[in-house]
Design a protein around this ligand. Structure first.
Ligand code: WTA
Length: 660
């Protein structure tokens, strides 16, 4: 796969134009170029106009933008007041669209979908908001969600927005310990969960995990519990509360809190290359404007569309493109509780046919998993309503791109490869359907208002674009955009050091990029020690610290390697403490250690027990060497002259050969 990726970069393997988007928001490449040029020349003019046109304000703003990337003190729509839940719900009801479907909930079992209109969602959100107010949740109080993919997850997020309590959604695949760390960091006194989750026919003990997580957090006031499966779960008196009976007594209206444009809308934890996960803060106005605008233009939303993003609300994709983006456009959004393979590999396409889905947004890893089952499942269903097929989370290899294009889109739909990050709040590099020529493996060109620059990683100098020539470097953004994360919870210094100080005056994405001869961007992956496993971001430092917390482990080093379905697999090299021996049980135990400290999705593919790690004479770990060895590319180790003990490499190569 790595070869495939490599060979596509800079080369038009297969160029198509979407034939499916006649009358799209942006009609042609020329129009895109002109609009993009204008938007980056005058970002304040561009975003100011959109903010007034697309959002409902309680009070107009005085200034579009203040501050700078250099100083890390950016603020957008200064002085403006608004409420995000009002922008997502009330305004559509007021326009007489209360009966339009806001959310389609596709349950784990097929054929059991439930629909909620805008009016119904507004009522549910208000009732939840009223329960929160009743128990003392105040504006500014962080609220943690550990929820399955049920509509209540979206309702609670919107209820938090309604009363101005920033939410912190923790993906329900995280372990108790990972959840505890996140509850503790943001010091959230309020938690929402469900009795159990249901996914692919299996139950997930959410309430139990919450109990384990917060047993040591005595600052937690209330744990609000929804019923999903009806399982018998333990409820701690005084702390835990069933939501259903509480909701019955509540009035279906709750006045929206007046929020400042720069008040936090939410925190979302994400992994970095070092240290513990950081709680990225997203603001109210800038975030919702960017989510709304990108969703509308990139997915070419039109009245009557049924838009389906099959991500999880626990990740940024779920925040921006299941909940906030579509609802801020008054669109019908689908929430998918199941997996692409349940009950079989036709599940996605069954959903498309059943609900006449027009936009479908998934991840390359899901496409690769489905490819293994062949194209037959895509042929059994009517996919003719589809117009746009999105992908996100990792670079898409041209083989997966082509499969998606051919078998799902029938060479008729635009494939929209969207590049972005938790930090960016919304999509920043993407084709626009109908306007941008598509190249498999390329996220193509920047969105409006996004001014990209490729920098030389060592010197920090701009690598200029020369037409007809290919160039590479690290991907940076030259000027601020409304939805960029404003800070790391309680750690602004870390924010500066991670994003704004590496290349002063720029936002640093942490990704490497190649720009082809036409100026199209091919994001090649992280240049730091962040792994991307099935589109999930995991810091290698997090896995390493989970391992060294185990009694038998002296030292560990974790690296990624190309994986056919997951994109990247995880390999952990481990040095055992004296007196411990490599046994099957110990390996299993180490794997469980990672599952319990982080979560099952971080479970490693290989654990390589070794007496030593390759280090330089000054003691620096040579990760590059570890990556090459596990990728079976030991013939391309590069310069190893600085290795303190070259024999370590040979024994590792031998060891890995027995495992792979
Ligand atoms: C990677 C997910 C190539 C990238 C929205 C980024 C991608 C990280 C793409 C962010 C894409 C995401 N092409 N790489 N289309 N989309 N990435 O924060 O390495 O979970 O830095 O946000 O995923 O992951 P995150």
């Amino acid at each position: 796969m790595a070869e495939e990726k490599g060979s596509a970069v800079g080369e038009v393997v297969h160029e198509v134009r979407s034939h499916s988007s006649k009358g799209a928001h942006v009609a042609s490449l020329e129009k895109y170029k002109k609009l993009h040029e204008d938007s980056v020349r005058d970002p304040s003019g561009y975003w100011g106009r959109l903010a007034r046109r697309e959002l409902k304000w309680m009070h107009d703003f005085d200034k579009v933008k203040i501050g700078s990337l250099k100083n890390g003190d950016l603020a957008w729509f200064v002085g403006g007041k608004l409420n995000v839940s009002e922008n997502c719900l009330d305004r559509w009801v007021e326009e007489g669209r209360g009966d339009d479907v806001a959310i389609i909930w596709e349950k784990d079992e097929p054929g059991q979908a439930v629909k909620y209109t805008y009016l119904e969602v507004l009522h549910k959100v208000c009732q939840i908001a009223n329960v929160m107010r009743k128990f003392g949740v105040k504006k500014g109080d962080p609220v943690t969600l550990y929820m399955p993919m049920i509509p209540e997850a979206a309702f609670v997020m919107l209820a938090c927005a309604r009363i101005g309590a920033p939410h912190s959604v923790v993906f329900a695949g995280f372990s108790a310990e990972a959840l505890r760390a996140r509850v503790d960091d943001v010091h959230s006194k309020w938690i929402f969960t469900a009795d159990e989750g249901l996914r692919g026919g299996r139950t997930i003990p959410l309430k139990k995990t919450v109990d384990d997580a917060i047993s040591s957090c005595d600052f937690v006031n209330k744990c609000f519990v929804f019923k999903r499966t009806g399982a018998d779960v333990s409820m701690t008196e005084g702390r835990d509360l069933w939501m259903e009976p509480e909701l019955e007594g509540q009035r279906p209206y709750c006045p929206p809190e007046v929020m400042d444009a720069e008040d936090p809308l939410f925190y979302l934890y994400t992994s970095g290359s070092t240290g513990k996960p950081k709680g990225l803060m997203h603001s109210t106005a800038g975030y919702i404007l960017y989510a709304q605008t990108t969703c509308k233009i990139i997915f070419d939303l039109r009245p009557g569309d049924v838009y389906a993003c099959v991500a999880d609300v626990g990740w940024i994709t779920g925040h921006s493109y299941i909940v906030y983006g579509p609802l801020a456009n008054g669109t019908t959004t689908l929430m998918f509780e199941s997996t692409p393979l349940y009950p079989d590999a036709g599940r996605y396409w069954d959903v498309v046919e059943t609900h006449s889905v027009t936009q479908f947004y998934t991840a390359p890893t899901a496409i690769r998993a489905l490819m293994r089952h062949g194209p037959e499942p895509t042929e059994k269903y009517d996919l003719s309503t589809l117009r746009i097929l999105g992908t996100v989370g990792e670079p898409i290899n041209p083989a997966a791109w082509t499969w998606y294009f051919k078998h799902v889109g029938k060479e008729r739909c635009a494939i929209i490869d969207t590049y972005w990050q938790t930090e960016t709040g919304g999509i920043i590099v993407t084709p626009l359907p109908g306007a941008t020529p598509l190249k498999p493996g390329s996220a193509t060109l920047p969105f409006f208002g996004i001014d990209l620059e490729v920098l030389d990683p060592q010197s920090g100098k701009v690598v200029p674009f020369v037409e007809g020539e290919e160039s590479s470097g690290v991907l940076c953004v030259k000027s601020a955009w409304p939805s960029m994360t404003r800070t790391v919870f309680n750690n602004h210094e870390r924010y500066m050091n991670t994003y704004l100080k590496p290349y002063p005056g720029y936002y640093f994405t942490g990704d490497g990029v190649t720009r082809d001869k036409d100026g199209f961007f091919f994001v090649t992956g992280r240049v730091d020690d962040v792994l991307n496993v099935s589109g999930h971001r995991i810091g290698s430092a997090e896995i390493e610290s989970a391992l060294v917390a185990h009694d038998a482990v002296a030292e560990s080093a974790c690296v990624g390697f190309p994986h056919e379905v997951k994109g990247e697999g995880i390999a952990c090299y481990v040095i055992l403490k004296l007196g411990n021996e490599e046994t099957d049980d110990l390996i299993k135990d180490l794997r469980n250690q990672i599952r319990s400290v982080i979560g099952p999705f971080a479970s490693p593919d290989y654990i390589v027990i070794t007496p030593a790690l390759p280090k330089t004479r000054s003691g620096k770990l040579m990760r590059r060497v570890l990556r090459k060895i596990i990728a079976l590319e030991a013939d391309q180790l590069g310069d190893t002259s600085t290795l303190a003990d070259p024999s370590v490499v040979d024994s590792l190569i031998e060891k890995v050969a027995t495992l792979r």
